[in-house]
Write a protein that binds this ligand. Structure first.
Ligand SMILES: *Cc1c(COP(=O)(O)O)cnc(C)c1O
Length: 424
């Protein structure tokens, strides 16, 4: 690991913590990052020439695997014609049309450069539209690093045990109301007390930032009814789930129509892209049609759009059920290997995403239950897997992802590595 160590030391000197996103530093699992030189298909390669089967996949975007030929070609072609114009281009229209077609609740969509921008802008729009201040979010859901959304956030905030963060004045989070995921009664109470002031409820329809946690029966439906009753908007943050489990949003699996949807990750094909969209009469409040301001120098960037179009193009003709079934085989193998050795775990799995919780709890349905994961065991597991050439997220509050590039051999190698994990 000598080149990685060298680069990390240089990075520590000029980049806070040596990384441009906190969890990458691998601090919470008690180790240091490995620097990556190259990715191809299901694998990444370190600057020291080590090969890893990748279950992080850039934290979600790379459902086709690394450097998919069609995505590479499409982005290359685009960049040869200029990388940014600050004027509209055809690719923006094509990707917007693809998104609107795939997710029927989205009639109009605005491109941005990250998931964070998408949620931030969607909430501004919800507030502008309803002329209300308060928002409801869920403990353990992560919606990017927007100030007022960092209260009780999942992902890195949970991983690093930061209870909120310095730099966000209380005044800013005072309009953020927190409920427990899957606790509809809690949300009902908030609405009973302050419903007339609530602009929106923002939720990950399948939570992916406190580990993978599916919604319980009736939870999302209940949110839909409640928000309608009070004239608040329902925002689905589908930055992870969009195009992950089906060609479209999980809103169509659950048959629930949110008012606004946030997207990111997969729709950018590995480039910095986010988007938010929804019903025409709400989106029309956005500048320049309406008066809610939102803008971006590089928004709708032609190279990023080209990668997104290519990614969705491949996905449209792909078999999600195949992805689901081989991921299930892997999860079953992992489960039985832990059961055999009496290592207490609960694995939440949907499609091509899963999380192993090292907990005695038989079900993990919210952040409090997710937080019962034994961090020590998880850290050992992370290091064991990395030493076995399998790269998993360095956090017990994240999903492992599979991609269309993973094959049977990869899955067997992963299962084998898990089998050799010694808890002691
Ligand atoms: C990743 C993520 C975000 C933030 O996206 P960035 O591109 O990292 O800003 C927002 N919401 C959810 C659900 C996410 O998983």
């Amino acid at each position: 690991m000598s080149r990685s160590i060298d680069l990390y030391n240089r990075a520590l000197n000029v980049i806070p913590g040596g990384v441009n996103s906190p969890v990458r530093a691998c601090k919470s699992v008690g180790t240091r990052p490995i620097f990556i030189k190259k990715g191809k298909g299901s694998k990444i390669y370190s600057v020291d020439g080590e090969e890893f089967i990748d279950l992080v996949l850039s934290w979600g975007p790379l459902i086709l695997g690394h450097a998919h030929p069609e995505v590479v070609e499409s982005a290359k072609n685009a960049i040869e014609s200029g990388s940014s114009f600050g004027a509209p281009c055809e690719a923006e229209v094509i990707l917007a049309e693809m998104i609107c077609e795939a997710i029927p609740s989205i009639e109009k969509v605005r491109m941005v450069n990250s998931g964070t921008e998408a949620t931030m802008s969607a909430i501004r729009l919800a507030r502008g539209f309803t002329k209300r201040k308060k928002i409801v979010k869920f403990n353990g859901c992560y919606h990017g690093h927007v100030d007022h959304l960092l209260a009780k956030a999942g992902s890195g905030v949970a991983t690093l045990s930061i209870p909120g963060t310095p730099g966000v004045p209380e005044d800013i989070v005072k309009n953020t109301l927190i409920a427990e995921y899957n606790d509809l009664d809690g949300v009902k109470n908030l609405f009973k007390q302050q419903g007339e002031d609530i602009a929106c409820v923002i939720v990950e329809p399948i939570a992916g930032n406190m580990g993978l946690i599916p919604p319980e029966d009736g939870f999302l439906n209940g949110l839909r009814k409640l928000t309608q009753e009070y004239g608040s908007l329902l925002i689905f943050d589908e930055v992870i789930t969009g195009f992950r489990f089906t060609y479209g949003g999980v809103q169509d699996i659950f048959k629930i129509k949110p008012d606004l949807t946030c997207l990111g990750k997969i729709i950018g094909g590995g480039f910095p892209v986010g988007a938010f969209g929804g019903a025409r009469e709400i989106m029309e409040h956005l500048a320049p049609e309406g008066d809610v301001y939102q803008a971006g120098t590089l928004s709708g960037n032609p190279v990023a759009m080209a990668a997104g179009i290519a990614t969705l193009g491949v996905l449209k003709n792909s078999d999600y059920s195949e992805l689901e079934s081989y991921t299930r085989n892997l999860v079953d193998a992992i489960k039985s290997s832990f059961t055999k050795r009496s290592i207490p775990t609960t694995i939440n799995h949907i499609g091509s995403a899963f999380t192993i919780f090292f907990t005695e709890k038989e079900r993990v349905t919210n952040f409090k239950e997710a937080a019962t994961t034994d961090v020590n065991t998880f850290s050992k597991f992370f290091i064991h897997m990395r030493n076995s050439n399998v790269f998993i997220p360095p956090s017990n509050f994240e999903c492992m992802f599979t991609s269309l590039a993973h094959d049977i051999v990869d899955l067997e190698k992963i299962a084998e590595a898990v089998q050799k994990f010694d808890i002691k």
